[in-house]
Design a protein around this ligand. Structure first.
Ligand code: GLC
Length: 475
């Protein structure tokens, strides 16, 4: 690929700069040791004398004190991460423990927006500007090909990550052009939350779900039958993907052809539209909701069913916050005629900015956060699923998860990925617009999907990523 030599250059540059700063750091350290041994009683590390000496040495070595270091000469690693639910707390704890283990590294967390699309926009601005900060990036599973192809993130193979210890699908999603660009941190799978005080069992089909939701509104006085993420953003595509799979449709086929205007797809979108306007199980307000708004509705006892990711589970079990604690369970999103129960594959990956001043320190942080113990803790506190299959046999995980680990593992292994392409974000945006038009009743489902498919094919053509045969053939 045309980008290869450039990526290699950037990688080497990053490694060279980090080597220079490491040499400088060890030079400064020996100087400090020498000064300290002359006068034990003075804390020379903070004394003016030591700093003058250190600055002089830095000058000799031709580096600037600020090149990825703080005033104590620790490597500074910046890390913008999401903080939905309990994520912020567990991340803070883990990073603090890491810093105790690595006194020469200081991690600076940056808050980022919860919505995947907004975080993407922010990252693109930083990386496009070739900023060296942030060092570590929390990537959605759909972004790795785009960031790798743009040369924005470093290949990780040189660090020797234990790839065979991860779910193969999560590793495959992070490879681009034969190299690994990110390590899977946690897996997300879409699931159905249902009220155990209202229903005896989880529905087996979407039809059954719809009927049960209507009954719950009529007889149990529950305001909403079903809530999902219906705002025009990435979350909507994941919800649609699950209805789509339920009816047997796909967004893109194995040859890279857009097939989102198939009959199955039209049936899926029509079903979603009917849930809003015919059965009225799904409130119109859902069309502006993301994950958290649906969680609030469900935990306030206002919804009989909810589609959401695993993170919502522990939060809603907290009776101080939730009116439905111990009164709900999770199940796979059901299937419909022609398809099968489908969970969208989501989740987060950790990658290193190509322009990072401290790639080794950044990798050390990634290696720490993806260790089995940290994944188990994250599962316990946040409810997020580990990316290491071996953990699914551990009793700690059985205690931590909302479903039996072997069931979770089966759902993960069958979860459906979104198209793996460097222009995923643009394709998704085209689809989001049309899906939302149909759901807001501005365009019939078939016309909306035909328009989306046409626009998506035109984009693939334009960037030279269209499959060889004429688009749409074989449908
Ligand atoms: C979750 C998933 C991610 C998905 C996003 C959509 O964060 O992990 O893959 O794109 O939700 O809102």
């Amino acid at each position: 690929m045309a980008l290869k030599p450039r990526q290699q250059r950037l990688h080497h540059r990053a490694r060279r700069s980090s080597l220079r700063t490491r040499q400088a750091r060890s030079g400064v350290r020996s100087l400090l040791r020498a000064l300290r041994s002359r006068d034990e009683e003075v804390d020379l590390q903070t004394s003016v004398q030591a700093w003058a000496a250190a600055a002089a040495l830095a000058g000799v070595l031709g580096i600037h004190a600020c090149a990825g270091k703080d005033e104590d000469w620790r490597a500074v690693v910046t890390f913008p991460a999401s903080a939905v639910g309990a994520e912020a707390q567990v991340l803070r704890d883990q990073l603090e423990r890491f810093m105790l283990e690595h006194p020469d590294v200081r991690i600076v967390r940056r808050e980022t927006p919860d919505a995947a699309d907004q975080r993407h926009q922010l990252y693109v601005q930083w990386l496009n500007a070739r900023a060296s900060d942030p060092d570590i990036l929390q990537l959605d599973v759909i972004w790795t090909p785009e960031f790798a192809a743009a040369g924005w993130i470093l290949p990780l193979d040189g660090f020797g990550p234990p790839v065979e210890e991860y779910f193969p699908a999560t590793i495959a999603a992070n490879r681009w052009d034969g190299k690994l660009y990110a390590l899977p941190w946690f897996v997300d799978v879409g699931m159905l939350y249902w009220r155990t005080d209202v229903f005896r069992d989880a529905p087996a089909t979407l039809e059954e779900l719809s009927r049960a939701a209507a009954r719950a509104r009529d007889s149990a006085g529950i305001r909403y039958g079903m809530v999902w993420q219906g705002a025009r953003y990435e979350g909507l595509v994941t919800v649609f993907l699950e209805y789509l799979g339920a009816f047997g449709g796909r967004i893109m086929d194995d040859d890279g052809r857009i097939v989102v205007d198939s009959e199955a797809a039209v049936r899926a979108l029509r079903f979603m539209v009917d849930e809003i306007y015919e059965t009225q199980n799904v409130p119109r307000s859902t069309l502006t909701w993301q994950e958290e708004q649906t969680r609030f509705a469900f935990q306030n006892g206002q919804a009989a069913f909810m589609r959401n990711w695993p993170y919502a589970y522990p939060l809603m079990q907290d009776s101080a916050e939730s009116r439905v604690a111990s009164r709900f369970a999770v199940a796979p999103m059901p299937g419909a005629d022609g398809g099968e129960p489908t969970a969208a594959l989501g989740g987060s990956q950790l990658a290193i900015n190509t322009n990072s001043e401290n790639p080794e320190a950044a990798y050390a942080v990634i290696e720490y956060l993806t260790r089995p113990e940290q994944m188990l803790e994250r599962a316990r506190v946040v409810g997020q699923y580990p990316t290491r299959p071996a953990l699914y046999g551990r009793p700690e995980l059985a205690r931590a998860l909302s479903v039996a680990p072997d069931q979770a593992r089966r759902i993960i292994e069958r979860a459906v990925p979104r198209p793996v392409t460097p222009i995923y974000t643009q394709l998704s945006e085209l689809l989001q617009i049309r899906l939302h038009r149909a759901l807001t009743d501005q365009q019939p489902p078939r016309a909306a999907l035909e328009a989306a498919a046409e626009e998506m094919r035109a984009l693939l053509d334009k960037v030279g990523l269209a499959p060889k045969e004429p688009n749409g053939a074989g449908r």
